[in-house]
Design a protein around this ligand. Structure first.
Ligand code: ADP
Ligand code: MG
Length: 293
């Protein structure tokens, strides 16, 4: 590739809302055959809202909102923000937690008004030897079947509620996936979220392959595994939990709307957080390098 052609390519990239770290990136961009997409904040808006509270028998909804909301107020996770915002709207000023801890990929824990509270995946409760009662399990399964995220709330050793949180798919995602497939790439949805939610989102945007319930530190291994199969892998992500996978991928694409860690780890930034720019980037690199061979 001649330097002039590369400069033209990167200049056009800027117009399309793509920032390229260096001209050498175009070469790898041209070759990728597989594109791994993080779900939350990448394929979906990441702006979730609390839509429903299912309480166990004898549990007061306002207590659930106060205790869960208080903990989630201290977390930056998109789910946490939805819970905290929804809780504050319905239950008013939230108490301040003590001993707050964020457990990546699982949820949050802490002490609120003297109660030991957990908010997160069912797996988090299981680690503390708690399980959902039948009524909450049914609510969780129905919510997940509908593509919603169900979050468990427990305190003082008992599961008390399931919160339904919904994250909308970005308007541009389905078109982006169509274009990526048109360029011959195989899309794969990768998420820490559960399989039912991941599959509902994948179906909505036209992704046929789903790798779900992956812990943040294991995302990088998924990329390595695909590479070991001989694939040339692009990874698109926005979160701190995507940074290692973005660095490992043959081509890392960071959402410009995402975290600094992701942007630093990526080779390329999709400035507006619009996935269609990923397809533009690949088309652009093929065209730029194709014309000069
Ligand atoms: P993703 O890979 O989709 O960006 P994460 O790895 O950050 O998701 O989290 C995986 C799952 O863990 C979430 O879908 C959620 O069920 C749970 N979780 C993580 N953090 C929190 C939190 N602060 N509050 C509630 N649930 C959480
Ligand atoms: Mg994410």
């Amino acid at each position: 590739a001649t330097p002039t052609a590369l400069m033209v390519g990167t200049g056009r990239g800027a117009q399309l809302g793509i920032l390229i770290k260096g001209p050498e990136v175009l070469e790898t961009t041209r070759k990728v055959d597989t594109i791994v997409l993080d779900k939350t904040g990448t394929v979906t808006t990441g702006r979730m809202t609390l839509i429903k509270v299912h309480t166990a028998a004898g549990t007061d909804e306002t207590d659930v909102l106060r205790l869960a909301g208080a903990l989630e107020h201290s977390s930056e996770h998109p789910i946490a923000q939805a819970v905290a915002t929804g809780a504050a709207a319905k239950a008013g000023t939230l108490p301040t937690p003590e001993d707050f801890a964020n457990i990546p990929g699982l949820g949050v824990q802490g002490v609120v008004e003297g109660h030991a509270v957990l908010v997160g995946r069912e797996k988090l409760l299981e680690e503390w030897a708690m399980e959902l009662p039948a009524s909450l399990r049914a609510a969780k399964e129905a919510a997940e079947k509908a593509g919603k995220t169900a979050i468990a709330v427990a305190w003082d050793g008992e599961a008390r509620a399931v919160l339904e949180v919904a994250d909308a798919v970005k308007e541009t995602s389905a078109e982006a996936i169509r274009r990526l497939k048109g360029l011959g790439l195989t899309p794969i949805l990768l998420t820490g979220d559960n399989k039912a939610v991941a599959e509902a989102v994948a179906a909505e945007v036209g992704i046929g392959e789903v790798i779900a319930e992956v812990m943040p530190q294991d995302k990088v291994d998924v990329v390595k595994r695909l590479q070991a199969e001989g694939r040339s892998v692009a990874m698109v992500g926005d979160g701190v939990n995507d940074a290692a996978a973005l660095a490992q991928a043959d081509l890392g694409l960071a959402m410009g709307t995402g975290t600094d860690a992701a942007i630093e780890a990526g080779d390329l930034t999709l400035v507006r957080g619009d996935l269609r720019a990923a397809a533009d980037a690949i088309r652009l690199s093929r065209r730029t390098l194709g014309t000069i061979r």
